[in-house]
Write a protein that binds this ligand. Structure first.
Ligand SMILES: Nc1nc2c(ncn2[C@@H]2O[C@H](COP(=O)(O)OP(=O)(O)OP(=O)(O)O)[C@@H](O)[C@H]2O)c(=O)[nH]1
Length: 298
């Protein structure tokens, strides 16, 4: 029996609508006109778009369906056309009445007399992207407090330090440490200690602006990163945080939880580790002079 006599054999026309994705040809002329001469496939994505319109003119619709990611998608198309390299990109596809879907695009370009023609596939990769986002969040988050962890903080801080160096804008940080936390754990138990860490995290977030970041460095140590903030302002905020914490109960009695805080401002071009060490030394000074205070070093 030949393959074609096999009752399960499908011609390409029968097969394409059953695929879990879309097969397409996309054309871009040298004058920038874009259209999809061929667009067929399975899944629900095609229910939401006007295929006849796309066959004639895709420019407006591409801009509409790729939303904020339009520049990214267009530059991927441009790169692929210029170097005749495979087009691989992904974008968020807004669907009315349901959550947005993520679409991956993979296509091969070929030159034609009037422009470039791509032949390829689009697949719905929403589940995969959601899983990636979940794993990335896990990697970046402290499990107890839900705050960003050291890894996330270091990436953020190094990005802000390079912006500060480039634009000469102020950047300050606070190193925050709970005083005598070992005693608190010993007296109230580890679970209550955990509770204090969680409540402190909430308290710190309340005091900060949305562009600030508070992260748990580990144990009972936190760092607050304040972009566009000079040292004096950072010092004021640190003292407000210190005072507010010392006046709260945290389930262990008012005044039982206090903070020592070291503050420092970034010096243009300074290595990040040096900046952190200076702040750490300021924190040690705060411990040395008796705790429950904020210190900065000249
Ligand atoms: N409950 C709880 N305790 C923690 C956690 N991580 C670290 N610790 C405890 O925090 C304590 C830190 O103790 P030390 O480093 O001696 O510091 P300290 O007692 O706060 O003393 P000073 O910092 O000098 O004021 C240790 O007892 C750790 O076991 C945590 O996730 N939960």
């Amino acid at each position: 029996m030949s393959v074609k006599d096999n009752p399960t054999f499908l011609s390409a026309d029968g097969l394409v609508p059953r695929l879990p994705g879309v097969v397409f040809q996309f054309f871009r002329s040298f004058n920038g006109h874009m259209n999809f001469p061929y667009l067929e496939g399975g899944g629900s994505a095609l229910d939401y778009i006007d295929r006849e319109q796309l066959a004639l003119d895709a420019g407006g619709l591409i801009e509409h369906i790729t939303g904020n990611e339009y520049p990214k998608v267009m530059s991927a198309i441009e790169r692929s056309a210029r170097w005749m390299l495979p087009l691989t990109t992904r974008f968020k596809f807004p669907m009315t009445g349901t959550r947005s879907h993520w679409i991956a695009v993979s296509a091969n370009p070929e030159p034609t007399v009037e422009g470039v023609l791509w032949t390829g596939l689009m697949m719905d990769i929403t589940e995969q992207v959601v899983e990636e986002q979940r794993l990335r969040k896990l990697c970046d988050t402290d499990a107890l407090t839900g705050l960003p962890n050291r890894r996330k903080l270091m990436l953020h801080l190094s990005h802000l330090a390079s912006l500060s160096t480039r634009h000469g804008t102020p950047l300050s940080i606070m190193m925050v440490d709970i005083d005598h936390f070992k005693l608190l754990n010993d007296r109230w138990g580890h679970l209550q200690g955990d509770e204090v860490l969680k409540q402190l995290a909430t308290e710190m977030k309340k005091l900060l602006r949305c562009e600030d970041m508070v992260a748990r460095l580990g144990g009972e140590e936190f760092m607050v990163v304040l972009p566009l903030t000079p040292l004096q302002q950072c010092h004021k905020l640190a003292d407000r945080l210190r005072l507010s914490v010392s006046q709260q109960d945290f389930g262990v009695g008012v005044g039982e939880v206090t903070l020592s805080i070291g503050v420092a401002e970034y010096r243009c071009g300074e290595p990040l580790m040096h900046f952190i060490e200076r702040t750490d030394q300021a924190l040690y000074s705060a411990k040395d002079v008796g705790r429950d205070c904020v210190c900065l070093l000249p």
